[in-house]
Design a protein around this ligand. Structure first.
Ligand code: JHZ
Ligand code: ZN
Length: 398
């Protein structure tokens, strides 16, 4: 048992991944002896139903200067963020002199798009970087008060793949109380618990993802802090996410989409013990099937290469025990990951050019959330007789 970070209720564990490294801590092959590990296990709050890690990893990985993830490394994601920015410009940011703040802005695709439209904007993260206006701090009541003093209230506070990383989430709401205009909104998107359980997307569980949101838990959390969930939208990216819109209490009428999703979650009995037990069983089946397949392919003399040195793959390789003996290297387009080895599992990361030199028999697609984009890009691999191995929602070969 541990204590819920939202409501102080009791969190009951439903899956223990054991000791895991930090998913973005790619290591120099010479420095593999002093890696940091922490206990990764996930549970559900018995009071407010929020699904969360039992132990938070050290905070702020994603805001370090050397953080290797770039959201625009995927063309699909780049377009996704541009479209969202245009939508906000047409809706929430269409009044006089609008102002948007983004928490954890990564490559800044959203902020650059609103900047190009002449809209006031500010990125907030501890290590400010990139070509946008920046306030270097964690987002909380203190930084929100500083921003309010210099810029005035925000019409939109936006965050993608960031709110779920903040264990001390009350600080986000304290900041919102200070900074949001009376009719302003928080818009945020993160992996959806319903999708993770439905599709056994267990590799969404790693150090950087502290919360696994559902509409019902988010709605309860918003109310607890004086806000309300007023809209939800399913997003096809990153294996299935929800974009939530939160407003100050009694300022906006929730859309039908909110009522529909809350009803669906009740019907699905999303966080009931049977559902969580079924998830745990399904994860271990994937482990057995994948290890069996990789071991058999090795015995048959086939070459298997990994594709996409994702943060998610840290959980896959470390929990399953997949190292360079089964997957000799993994290709990734991120220059700062190349030449290093994957955290904990020590699989060398090489540039995508090495993939075709020569093509392996099989490619284990760790970046399964980008399957369409990657398979289109690597069509020649299939044409040469290569096959893709995927493990979500179950192990299958394409
Ligand atoms: P991708 C990170 O997770 C961490 P990761 C973080 N916590 C999070 O929530 C998500 O991002 C949003 C490579 N690649 O997007 C690039 C190619 O090589 O699944 C990336 O290293 N070729 C913030 O790391 C990786 O795959 C390609 O064509 O699990 C994809 O990482 C493409 C498209 C990607 O997120
Ligand atoms: Zn709780």
């Amino acid at each position: 048992m541990s204590i819920c970070r939202v409501c102080s209720g009791a969190v009951r564990e439903f899956f223990d991944f054991g000791l895991q490294p930090l998913s973005s801590a790619f290591v120099d092959p010479a420095g593999v002896d002093d890696e940091y590990f922490f206990p990764l296990s996930i549970g559900v709050c018995q009071s407010c139903t929020m699904v969360q890690l039992l132990t938070p990893a050290p905070r702020g990985q994603a805001s370090h200067e050397g953080y290797p993830y770039h959201s625009s490394g995927s063309r699909v994601m780049h377009k996704h963020f541009q479209q969202l920015a245009h939508r906000l410009l047409e809706t929430e940011l269409s009044g006089p002199d609008p102002f948007i703040v983004e928490i954890g802005y990564n490559d800044g695709v959203v902020l650059k798009t609103v900047r190009d439209a002449g809209v006031r904007h500010l990125g907030v993260e501890p290590t400010g970087r990139g070509a946008v206006r920046v306030h270097s701090a964690f987002f909380n009541a203190g930084s929100a008060a500083e921003i309010l003093a210099s810029e005035g209230p925000a019409d939109v506070v936006y965050a993608a793949n960031t709110i779920c990383e903040v264990a001390e989430i009350a600080e986000i709401f304290e900041g919102l109380k200070v900074l949001l205009a009376p009719d302003g909104v928080l818009v945020f998107e993160d992996p959806y618990l319903g999708e993770i359980l439905e599709r056994t997307a267990f590799d969404q569980i790693y150090d950087e993802h502290f919360y696994f949101f559902s509409a019902s838990a988010v709605s309860g959390m918003a109310e607890r802090f004086g806000f309300a969930l007023v809209d939800v939208e399913h997003l096809p990216v990153h294996g299935g996410q929800i974009r939530y819109t939160i407003a100050r209490r009694d300022r906006r009428r929730p859309t039908q989409a909110v009522a529909d999703l809350l009803a669906r979650e009740r019907e699905q009995r999303l966080v009931e013990p049977e559902k969580l037990q079924a998830f745990a069983t399904a994860v271990d089946r994937i482990r057995d099937d994948l290890l069996e397949l990789l071991t058999r392919l090795r015995a048959e003399g086939k070459r298997v290469v990994g594709y996409g040195a994702t943060a998610k793959s840290a959980t896959v390789t470390n929990y399953f025990g997949i190292g360079p003996d089964l997957v000799p290297f993994v290709c990734d387009s991120t220059p700062s990951k190349q030449g290093l080895v994957t955290p904990g599992s020590h699989i060398p990361v090489r540039p995508p050019a090495d993939f075709a030199d020569p093509y392996p028999d099989y490619a284990l697609l760790f970046a399964w959330n980008h399957a369409e984009e990657i398979m289109a890009k690597e069509r020649a691999f299939r044409d040469a007789g290569g096959q893709w191995i995927l493990y979500v929602p179950e192990v299958h070969v394409l």
